[in-house]
Design a protein around this ligand. Structure first.
Ligand code: HEM
Ligand SMILES: *[C@@H]1O[C@H](CO)[C@@H](O)[C@H](O)[C@H]1NC(C)=O
Ligand SMILES: *[C@@H]1O[C@H](CO)[C@@H](O)[C@H](O)[C@H]1NC(C)=O
Ligand SMILES: *[C@@H]1O[C@H](CO)[C@@H](O)[C@H](O)[C@H]1NC(C)=O
Ligand SMILES: *[C@@H]1O[C@H](CO)[C@@H](O)[C@H](O)[C@H]1NC(C)=O
Ligand SMILES: *[C@@H]1O[C@H](CO)[C@@H](O)[C@H](O)[C@H]1NC(C)=O
Length: 493
């Protein structure tokens, strides 16, 4: 976010004279409110100048000084940040309904079809209906069972690809791009079946561009005057990229309508459209597709990349995971999704990865639809609420040696007390967690079962996080791999 905030400061100087009067007249604090503690701020930009990336680390430092609930101003918008399990519990039990709204950002007007998409829709009947639809049509256990061959096939393609240079000797691979491609292909095929291959390359480029736009916090979202002048051409870019994505999805839907199958999500949605055309419009279908791609591809891909980075840094953990796979699955067949529930150590590795590197370190912003209280402080309606799960996951009061990678801490299964919540909590919690756990489990299990893995050098892999919504790894992961005996059986199939 840094560059945009710097250019923002310059622009602010320009607009200072126009807006200062307006600002001071309109933002007199209400003396009767007991707002959470807040550090000193500047007029107009509030605390924006203090927000160095990665944001979760900056907010963690604030919470060390100000306590587990504090407030900030991102320009004109009040923000409250929560970073302790008791407060998280208060937010998502007692206050869950009030907090089940999302703040509006300009990107949602386009990418979420005027805030009708599942991730940005206001709490209410429409959103509830989308959630119900998703849990029946995509994420139910039987639908996930039906779509498991799609994921198995993509994983086998990855294994064969990796094997090409490493069947005899160790060879170096760049894993990041392979994992994001797999994640993307899995979601696309669940959505559209096999019919999505042709323009897929160009389309993936568009999706990354769209992602970057959502990432680069839009100054106009926080300082309204900049929105009126479309500072930096942000809205123009949103419009352009959304237009192209929209055309791609429309084409996909039209193709399915012409040539009906009954296996993909689009086919299911088109059947619903036939029975209820006024509700299941093409817009709603396109919004769902976009939400799944946005919420489901990068999150799973970065989680797998972090897990592999941690494993090559910890050969002793890798060895135990492989022993577990060899004991339960063996070397005669590939691991599949029905094995995952028996692989406790693999599951513990995934939990420990999500603890250290939650792909949504601040969850997705919530927003109270009416005034409420959190931790005894008043939180006015329309405040942006951020939950710093990253900080909770590394709190030394809650975890022994919080920064060390130690899957053994989960060997007894469940975790008590809301101290691990990579998928959020309450009504707005991630609906895709069961799919994510299958994808991540299957891919990691297969990579461990079929290959030996080593670092590219003596040095440990650098675990710094880069800028970005999903907490990507700063340096794309590279590792050495060499096929194990089972790959010969897979190849000869
Ligand atoms: C490791 C992978 C994933 C992680 C860590 C993750 C995490 C999260 C988190 C923290 C939220 C916000 C919860 C809140 O607002 O309190 C969320 C929301 C969401 N996730 Fe995931 N997610 C993952 C994978 C997926 C996948 C695979 C899909 C679907 C294909 C998905 C779909 C969604 C959707 C649609 C929402 C918005 C829900 C709503 O606003 O009602 N996620 N996810
Ligand atoms: C959003 O809704 C408004 C009116 O409610 C409409 O004018 C506008 O065209 C819509 N925008 C998009 C991107 O659908
Ligand atoms: C899904 O598959 C698993 C394992 O193959 C099976 O145990 C489970 O009953 C299936 N669930 C449904 C709802 O079909
Ligand atoms: C295999 O090695 C060649 C040459 O070193 C390289 O161009 C190619 O990308 C590698 N393939 C894989 C799957 O890593
Ligand atoms: C494997 O490594 C050995 C020794 O470095 C070399 O002689 C051999 O050609 C390599 N094999 C392949 C298939 O790259
Ligand atoms: C649709 O599903 C039925 C069984 O439910 C199957 O017999 C038929 O072949 C499927 N049609 C297509 C086009 O996939």
């Amino acid at each position: 976010m840094e560059p945009s905030f710097q250019s923002l400061s310059c622009a602010v100087a320009l607009f200072l004279s126009i807006t200062a009067l307006y600002y001071y007249l309109s933002s007199k604090p209400n003396p009767h409110r007991n707002l959470p503690p807040t550090p000193p701020s500047l007029p107009i930009i509030g605390h924006l100048h203090l927000l160095k990336p990665p944001l979760h680390r900056t907010l963690h430092r604030f919470s060390q000084a100000l306590g587990p609930v504090f407030s900030l101003r991102f320009g004109s918008r009040p923000v409250v940040v929560v970073s302790s399990p008791p407060l998280v519990e208060e937010c998502f039990t007692r206050n869950d309904v009030v907090l089940a709204n999302r703040p509006k950002f300009l990107s949602g007007k386009y990418f979420s079809y005027n805030y009708t998409g599942i991730a940005t829709a206001p709490y209410g009947d429409h959103w509830r209906n989308l959630r119900r639809l998703m849990s029946l049509e995509i994420f139910s256990a039987s639908r996930l069972n039906d779509s498991s061959p799609i994921r198995q096939a993509q994983v086998e393609l990855l294994l064969l690809d990796l094997c090409r240079n490493s069947s005899v000797n160790f060879s170096r691979v760049e894993l990041k791009s392979k994992l994001s491609e797999l994640s993307f292909n899995v979601i696309m095929r669940m959505i559209a079946g096999e019919r999505c291959s042709e323009e897929a390359g160009e389309f993936r480029g568009l999706v990354s561009e769209a992602f970057e736009l959502c990432d680069a916090a839009n100054p106009g979202d926080f300082v309204p005057v900049l929105r009126w002048v479309d500072f930096g051409g942000y809205e123009k870019n949103l419009k352009r990229i959304h237009g192209r994505l929209d055309a791609f999805f429309q084409h996909l839907i039209d193709e399915h309508r012409r040539d009906r199958g009954n296996d993909s999500m689009i086919d299911h949605l088109l059947s619903l459209q036939e029975s209820q055309p006024e509700y299941y419009t093409d817009e709603i279908i396109k919004g769902l597709i976009l939400a799944l791609i946005f919420a489901g591809t990068d999150t799973s891909a970065v989680t797998m990349e972090w897990a592999m980075a941690l494993l090559v840094n910890h050969p002793e953990v890798l060895k135990k995971a492989r022993a577990e796979l060899d004991a339960y699955v063996g070397q005669d067949r590939l691991v599949d999704e029905s094995d995952l529930s028996k692989l406790n150590y693999l599951q513990a590795i995934i939990l420990e990865t999500l603890r250290l590197f939650p792909a949504a370190p601040l969850l997705v912003p919530h927003m109270p639809s009416s005034d409420c209280t959190i931790g005894g402080f008043d939180v006015p309606r329309d405040t942006i609420l951020l939950v710093n799960t990253w900080a909770i996951h590394r709190d030394p009061e809650l975890w022994d040696n919080p920064t060390s990678f130690n899957p053994e801490r989960f060997k007894d299964g469940e975790v008590e007390g809301h101290k691990l919540m990579p998928f959020g909590m309450g009504r707005r919690a991630c609906p895709g967690s069961s799919l994510a756990q299958r994808v991540v489990g299957l891919v990691l299990g297969s990579l461990i079962q079929c290959f030996e893995w080593e670092r590219v050098s003596e040095e440990a892999v650098d675990l710094s996080e880069g800028k970005g919504l999903t907490m990507p790894k700063l340096e794309p992961l590279e590792a050495m791999c060499k096929a194990r005996a089972i790959m010969r059986k897979v190849l000869s199939k």
